[in-house]
Design a protein around this ligand. Structure first.
Ligand SMILES: C[S@@+](CC[C@H](N)C(=O)[O-])C[C@H]1O[C@@H](n2cnc3c(N)ncnc32)[C@H](O)[C@@H]1O
Length: 278
């Protein structure tokens, strides 16, 4: 399949950024992805440059269905999904976001494996109490986010000739489904809703082998690709906003050590030449 070069924003031998709408993109080969790590827009009225993050909840769930269906097609049979989403939503009406998204994913065919509770430790942000010191209408808010782990068909991944790079301590700590580390600073990375590189790093080391293909369909500031570059995985990112693509590119260049391997040489979905397109 020919790649429309104008959609390729940045490319090295093992990292590629597409400036495209994930729902419309045709660049990623079906059944080619080992792991999807992503946090989609949360519909919390976050002010992204190119995306309306305040749509009716029903529409948001439709959008969720569309992109999860596409992600399913792109995954290998033993492909996995690590989906960072809120537990629930209090702004603009209470909603059980986590439960609703898991239900949709299962209807599409994704198989549930487990959930990591990420304790972001940002309780200081708390401002909405509902009814202060009164039983009239108090708000209960959990200062956590969820990382749902799902898979396409088989949980057991083919490992022949492949290498895991997770250490004993990491394996013991990270297989405990309560993760505690801080969120990323919006100011530092110049994006309104980044996750810290620690999140994709853990998912990638736990759930993929060295050289596997990782996709982030909502790349934002590029955290997933930085982890890919560090960990010698093939990384594919899709981001609808050109400014965020530039931020991701700069972060990958500065923070991620670009490994001059020939990792993309054997994939059909991505060409081998290393070139940048602005
Ligand atoms: C929650 S942010 C992801 C942040 C990312 N995890 C990071 O560390 O920076 C969601 C991103 O999805 C992008 N986005 C929204 N709709 C999109 C679409 N249809 N296709 C691709 N990207 C989209 C937004 O511009 C935003 O940057």
């Amino acid at each position: 399949m020919e790649i429309e070069e104008d959609k390729v924003y940045y490319r090295t031998k093992n990292i590629i950024i597409y400036n495209d709408d994930f729902l419309a993109t045709s660049h990623i080969e079906e059944s080619s992805v080992d792991l999807i790590v992503t946090s989609p827009p949360y519909n919390l009225d976050i002010h992204y440059n190119s995306f309306d993050d305040k749509i009716p909840y029903k529409k948001y769930l439709e959008f969720t269905e569309f992109w999860l269906e596409k992600a399913y097609k792109l995954s290998k049979e033993d492909g996995r999904l690590c989906l960072n989403i809120p537990l629930d939503k209090n702004k603009g009406g209470q909603q059980s976001v986590y439960a609703d998204i898991v239900t949709i994913a299962k209807e599409i065919g994704w198989k549930y494996h487990s959930t990591v509770v990420w304790n972001e430790g940002n309780i200081s942000r708390r401002t909405a109490w509902g009814s202060w010191l009164s039983a009239s209408a108090p708000y209960v808010i959990a200062p956590v986010e969820m990382i749902v782990i799902m898979h396409k068909k088989r949980w057991k991944k083919l490992s022949k000739g492949k290498k895991s790079d997770i250490t004993k301590d990491e394996f013991i700590e990270w297989t405990n489904g309560l993760w505690t580390f801080s969120g990323e600073s919006k100011k530092r990375v110049k994006h309104p809703a980044p996750f810290p590189t620690e999140l994709p790093k853990r998912c990638i080391k736990l759930f993929t082998f060295v050289g596997d293909t990782v996709l982030d369909p909502f790349l934002g500031s590029g955290s997933t690709l930085i982890a890919c570059a560090f960990l010698n995985r093939k990384g594919i990112g899709v981001e609808i906003d050109r400014n965020y693509c530039e931020i991701a590119k700069q972060r990958v260049i500065q923070d991620g050590k670009i490994l001059q391997s020939t990792l993309f040489d054997d994939t059909k979905s991505v060409r081998t030449q290393s070139k940048e397109i602005k």
